[in-house]
Ligand binder design. Structure first.
Ligand code: ATP
Ligand code: MG
Length: 365
């Protein structure tokens, strides 16, 4: 799959832009604050109907304007498809695919698959658990669109349950009802996450072994409160935990166990990388994870996802830059960079270079 054309109106610092891309590599070259990341954001919107930078859609509208319009022509499933997203200051968002309005974001998720890789991702190993949960959530959304509704449902109930726990006097039967719904959504999330982590563990072990020249053994393990024994269901375990902890939860005014506390343990030869890994080891493991995600999406969807690399190259040493670019040769890529380093330019496959200046494409090199 690839994006052929993009047209932006009043999107971020772009007043109007029309551009056709290469189906191989596209480089956005330019100084700081010219609009390189904004352009990636504009592309990303067509896969997820939301930004990777903000949850407030209005921020995407060019300062002082009423609305923004973002249109793309993409090729997938053997055909060209047009998608259009219009966001207004009033807070309305309209998403159309091939001219027809779609009401659920999940419909969009099943179409284009775009993976963004930013320097933040290189920190995923050392950051707090929330970042790793974010990573798992985004990936599973792309593979199983129904996951988004489970996640939203879970968050909604969790918020209500937590608010309820803070009240002085509560009706236990009402709490029972909250718990039932929380257990159902939570158990589905845990099953999806377990399946995902098992798969990504297998793939990343292989990739990491290649990057490290066979020297290092990467292992990913799902850390969750909900660990069913043989023959037990996730529902039963989660329900038991909630019941056992109810009084403590009331005391703290918060739900202390459940998938909202999940994590992935990432280790190298038995050593916990988050706590004991060197920076280089943490980055390489993060790179392996990211590359695994690409391969997994490919295996699950049968399509090769589009990759956005935002400022990543300069964060990697020569060896890893080359590995990255060579192993991703058959995907459409969008790469932002402030300077085109010689060795990178040489290892690039076919493509186009766009020089970006103040929200315009200055020249196409
Ligand atoms: N809604 C908006 N309307 C107008 N301009 C905006 C809007 N949002 C962001 N900008 C401006 O867009 C500019 C470019 O942002 P962008 O993040 O794309 O830069 P960049 O080229 O990726 O720079 P860097 O190399 O520093 O990452 C910023 O100066 C910012 O002020
Ligand atoms: Mg940027």
């Amino acid at each position: 799959m690839y994006i052929k054309e993009l047209e932006l109106d009043n999107f971020r610092n772009y007043e109007h832009l029309e551009v056709s891309f290469s189906k191989d590599v596209n480089i956005f070259l330019g100084e700081n604050a010219q609009g390189k990341t904004n352009l990636l954001e504009g592309i990303y919107l067509h896969a997820m109907a939301r930004s990777f930078k903000t949850i407030r859609d209005r921020e995407l509208i060019r300062f002082g304007e009423e609305y923004c319009k973002n249109r793309a022509v993409a090729f997938y499933e053997d055909e060209e498809h047009t998608s259009e997203i219009i966001i207004s200051q009033a807070g309305a968002k309209a998403v159309k695919v091939d001219g027809a309005r779609i009401s659920r974001t999940s419909e969009l998720l099943e179409r284009l698959h775009i993976i963004i890789f930013s320097p933040e991702d290189l920190k995923i190993v050392k950051e707090e658990p929330g970042k790793r949960r974010g990573f798992i959530n985004r990936e599973i959304c792309q593979i199983r669109p129904g996951y988004v509704s489970d996640l939203n449902e879970y968050r909604r109930i969790l918020r209500q349950r937590n608010a309820f726990l803070k009240e002085d006097r509560i009706d236990e039967t009402v709490l029972d009802i909250w718990d039932d719904s929380l257990v159902r959504a939570g158990a589905r999330i845990v099953r999806d996450r377990r399946r995902f982590i098992e798969k990504i563990d297998m793939i990343s072990r292989d990739i990491h072994s290649r990057i490290s020249g066979g020297r290092e053994n990467l292992l990913l393990e799902y850390e969750t409160d909900i660990q069913p024994e043989e023959g037990e269901s996730e529902e039963a375990v989660f329900d038991r935990i909630l019941k056992e902890d109810r009084q403590k939860d009331r005391f703290h005014g918060v739900t202390r166990h459940g998938p909202h506390r999940d994590d992935i343990r990432i280790s190298l030869g038995g050593i916990d990388l988050r706590r004991f890994g060197s920076q280089g080891q943490q980055r390489t493991a993060a790179l392996s994870l990211k590359l695994s995600e690409i391969r997994l999406i490919e295996e699950e969807t049968g399509e090769s996802p589009i990759l956005l690399l935002d400022d990543v190259l300069s964060e990697l040493d020569n060896e890893r830059q080359k590995y990255l670019l060579n192993s991703l040769g058959d995907h459409q890529m969008f790469i932002t960079t402030t300077d085109l380093i010689g060795s990178v330019a040489r290892s690039l496959p076919e493509g186009k270079v766009f020089k970006i200046r103040s929200g315009e494409i200055d020249i196409e090199i």
